[in-house]
Write a new protein. Structure first.
Length: 396
């Protein structure tokens, strides 16, 4: 019988041996601890992400106690009843995407390239040229936050304040059992976000910014609450995986100095290598879905309402799709990797995230001729997002 416990410290440190064993023994596994189906092969994970008729991101569209609890939960949350990019499905989701897609196309992302290069340059200048430093607080955390704030249309002076407020809102909305104190904190954060966003929405904004596209009174006809909800999603869901990708990439390159050297000598290769780095240690490790109908997955009977956790981290190391998957190979074409999801919920900000990663990693490699882990990375308890809490590098 297959065994799977993602809460063990050894799993958090390195989940891939356990995921490989589970994929071999029972590729679609019912986890008693997680109360969810856990597919680990690329085939089933891709199926779950693509088939929105059978698998929805909105648990309220299913049935039973979970659906009722989610509906009640949303009614009690700040902005909880406002359509949300991450948990809407079908036409409701497509309607929001149609509004914000123009800001996040590959061509639109290139508009932000000078901003990204400036922010990366400033972040690099703040790093020591040699010795040890903690990478998360000094570089990986603030950089994506500031880029996403710029994408929203927020001046850099207000970016950290806005991100903190939007993050509180988003975390509280996603918390299945928030306390009264958490809800009160989210209400206060909503007031702060409104204070920062109001002058932006009433002023003159670049049309390439999210708020420039969604300002009230325009064609979108969105309310301030709806715009705040979209901004909260972009600020957190856009920034946090990119933070993880920066950290996981530096960790992987520290362990593979020959790959780091090759990319340092050939920075143009980073355009392709970022997909391999995302495949090798995916920050978006689990993508949750819910069965919208009674169905089958990998030969297992899945009931309507069951949670299904697509194990993207495992799928990205499936040997049926990626040969020698536990090896970092910067020459590999890994664009099939599932780190950005698939289907109608494929990551909206993927072009922007890829640009951040390419510019930032090339900048880090150019600044540091050598770097290594000064101590083992520290991971928190989350198994959905694989992002270190602490990553100390020694550079020269």
């Amino acid at each position: 019988m297959a065994f799977f416990d993602p809460t063990r410290p050894t799993y958090l440190t390195n989940p891939y041996p356990s995921l490989a064993a589970l994929r071999k023994q029972e590729p679609v596994h019912w986890s008693l601890g997680l109360k969810a189906w856990v597919p680990t092969r690329f085939e089933e994970c891709s199926e779950v992400l693509h088939d929105t008729r059978r698998f929805t991101s909105d648990p309220s569209l299913t049935t039973g106690a979970r659906a009722e609890a989610i509906t009640a939960h949303r009614a009690s949350m700040p902005l909880g009843s406002v359509p949300h990019l991450g948990s809407t499905s079908g036409e409701a989701h497509r309607a929001i995407r149609r509004l914000v897609n123009p800001v996040f196309t590959a061509s639109a992302a290139r508009v932000f390239e000078p901003v990204i290069r400036g922010l990366v340059s400033d972040a690099l200048e703040a790093l020591p040229l040699n010795g040890t430093f903690e990478f998360m607080a000094t570089f990986a955390d603030p950089l994506p936050r500031r880029v996403m704030a710029a994408a929203i249309g927020c001046p850099s002076a207000d970016s950290d304040r806005l991100h903190k407020a939007l993050n509180v809102i988003e975390v509280t909305r996603s918390n299945a059992r928030p306390s009264a104190a958490h809800i009160a904190e989210a209400e206060s954060a909503r007031a702060v976000a409104a204070e920062v966003l109001a002058p932006l929405m009433n002023g003159v904004l670049a049309p390439a910014s999210v708020l420039g596209e969604l300002m009230p009174g325009g064609e979108s006809e969105l309310s301030v609450a709806e715009i705040t909800s979209i901004a909260a999603h972009i600020a957190t869901v856009g920034a946090d995986p990119t933070t993880g990708a920066l950290a996981n990439s530096m960790k992987a390159l520290a362990a593979n100095p020959e790959a780091a050297c090759a990319l340092r000598e050939n920075p143009e290769k980073m355009h392709v290598a970022v997909h391999e780095l995302l495949r090798y240690d995916s920050p978006s490790h689990i993508v949750p879905r819910f069965a919208a109908v009674d169905t089958e997955l990998g030969g297992k009977r899945v009931r309507r309402g069951d949670a299904v956790l697509a194990m993207v981290g495992a799928a990205n190391r499936d040997p049926a799709v990626f040969s020698n998957p536990d090896k970092l190979d910067i020459e590999r074409d890994a664009r099939r990797q599932l780190g950005f999801g698939q289907g109608e919920h494929i990551c909206l900000g993927a072009p922007l995230a890829l640009m951040i990663l390419e510019i930032a990693l090339n900048g880090l490699l150019a600044r540091f001729e050598r770097f290594e882990l000064a101590e083992p990375p520290e991971y928190g308890p989350s198994v959905q997002l694989r992002v270190p809490d602490r990553l100390v590098l020694r550079c020269a």
